[in-house]
Unconditional design. Structure first.
Length: 104
């Protein structure tokens, strides 16, 4: 049981590191294509993680212990989707504020 938990935590840390690097590269990029591609990929990965979480429901063992083999994908999916949506909102706000004419 500890191997699954350890694997889950290592997976979350690895995904967080990759996600942080991808978002940093997207923010540093002058190209809008890379930014939207990274944001879309993050949202897509979040949906995929939530799908894996919902498709494999937990079960209660005869001794009363709840066993959810893919529990880690639930929080990870929400985290990825919120990060992708936040990146989209930040980009849209930056675009809107830069295009507004200066008030006299």
């Amino acid at each position: 049981m500890s191997d699954i938990t350890t694997f889950g935590f290592v997976g979350i840390i690895a995904c967080a590191a990759i996600l942080g690097y991808a978002v940093a590269q997207a923010f540093a990029s002058r190209s809008g294509r890379r930014y939207w591609a990274v944001s879309g990929a993050v949202i897509g990965l979040g949906m995929l993680a939530l799908t894996a979480f919902v498709a494999n429901p937990g079960e209660v063992k005869p001794d009363g212990v709840l066993y959810e083999p893919f529990f880690v994908f639930g929080p990870l999916g929400y985290l990825l989707m919120l990060t992708g949506a936040g990146a989209v909102v930040v980009r849209l706000v930056r675009r809107l504020t830069h295009r507004m004419p200066a008030a006299d």
